[in-house]
Design a protein around this ligand. Sequence first.
Ligand code: GTP
Length: 572
Amino acid sequence: MVKKVSKSVKHAEKMQKKWQSNQKKPSKSNNSDNPNRKLPGMGEGKWTHVRTKNAIKRLNMYKDKPDYEAMRKQPSGPSRIEPDRKWFGPVRTIDQKSLERFRVEMQQKSNDPRHVLVKSKKLPISLLTDANNETKMNILDIEKYEETFGPKASRKRVKSTSYSYEDLIQQVEENDQKYDPKKDQDLTKHQMLDFKNECRDRRMEAGQSRRIWEELYKVLDASDVIVQILDARNPMGTRSKHVEEHIKKNCPYKHLVFVMNKCDLIPTWLTTKWLRYLNKEFPTIAYHASLNNPFGKGSLINLLRQYDNIHKDKKHISVGFIGYPNVGKSSIINSLKQKKVCKSAPIPGETRVWQYITLTKRIYLIDCPGVVYYHDGRDDTEVVLKGCIRAEKIDDPTFYIHVILQKTNPIHIKKTYGVNEWEDDQDFLEKLAVKKGKLKKGGEPDIITVAKIVIMDWQRGVIPYFNFPPDYKPDEEMNKNKIEASKIGEENIDAQAIEEVNKEIEVKVIQETNEQYKERLANDINKDIKEANDDDIEAENGEEDDDDEEEEIEGEEEDGDDDDQSEEMKDE
Ligand SMILES: Nc1nc2c(ncn2[C@@H]2O[C@H](COP(=O)(O)OP(=O)(O)OP(=O)(O)O)[C@@H](O)[C@H]2O)c(=O)[nH]1
């Protein structure tokens, strides 16, 4: 066998030599096995049927078949291949100190609504998130193994009064005889619920059907940027915490922006206050949707362009417009397009299904039907005042007049309707009906019709009304701004003042380059060293420590991998 093996090795060596000699000296023969042969007139179209150089090489290769038999008989000993990290792809390393620094920076940036982390998929996010914040239920931390699973386990056994099928049936029969429906609390609860459902005014549930919610989630899924439209008169009331939390939790890579529409209906000073307040949470832009004279359009388009810049890898970005019914989603899209592409009307629920509109080649807009969100349980008055339900559909419109009169400054009521004094809401409606000539047969004032008119005026902004930001103290500036508050309307928007605030909050994409990050990191480190040195000098025994630290930092500077990580973190 040893003989046979040596024979095959010799054969292999011989073949290799032959091949090498063939490689060195190109044969001059015109044999069809010679890939380098030159036939007269070759390359001039004469020799079209001859084998190509590659075909000859391939056929020659088949001739030199390996000696499988010999290979099979070769003794094979155990072999060990040294593992190499390169096998597992482009692995980067980062030392603990740099990772910690990076983690802190990441945390700060990602909490800021005006910073966007691009290419986050390239980062090992699980490494960067603080492990301490993730609570894991570990039963063995609470109970010892012996107490949980061992012989001393103190877990309670399930108590059962019947251990056989017959016993069980007997017990059920006994209980059935004892049952008294009058004492059944569950039954009375169910009956109450049924009664409540029967009493419910279905019309008050506009903008909440399953279909509308499905439309909303379709838009949320399809959008890269979500624009939540708020009514400037009541921004907090028309905000949806539910949607904001959903985006934060399930799709943090989507960008949420606020647009405060109808800012022509509130005074300018209040608009700037609201902008400053809302901007702490999300980028906010003040807007007035109008086809001929829009306001805030430039800032909004600018913002969308910046988000588009971040997503250069995508073919286009989709921008979903969501919000309460009647806040002006369709009107904003129309004003951006400068033509009527979406149906808009002074009645809620005009948009019924989502709709795609092309703003530019790279920016698509999606109009979504208005959705009503309940903040703290259902409140029909809020639904009516936020304009989510059409005034003509309200069964008892006089019920809501009391709240309207309470919330509005009497000066505005007098100015709008010419009714100077009233005792209560009933009296107000009667006086208004007489003034407007809305009388029934026999001269009785038609208060229902007049109440519907007042609600409609409230919803359309004819009656001036606004809310203050939660951090605003009315006493300070109320008096100063009282006169201004009475002048509300498109022509009274102080464009310059609002534009200045709008500009303040524009999202700017600042892409920190690798070099810049390196420089910043080096500066930080130098600062740290200096501080440490100063401390040591104070302590008068710090020379050794200094050396240690310097060594450590030198190592850090040599290691450029942490900088590779930083490449991915670009700030906006
Ligand atoms: N004063 C004022 N009215 C506005 C503004 N934007 C929209 N409106 C009015 O608000 C009403 C509702 O506008 P739409 O665009 O239909 O509102 P929507 O959010 O699409 O409503 P749905 O279709 O119910 O979802 C219309 O009468 C608009 O004229 C604004 O900036 N100022």
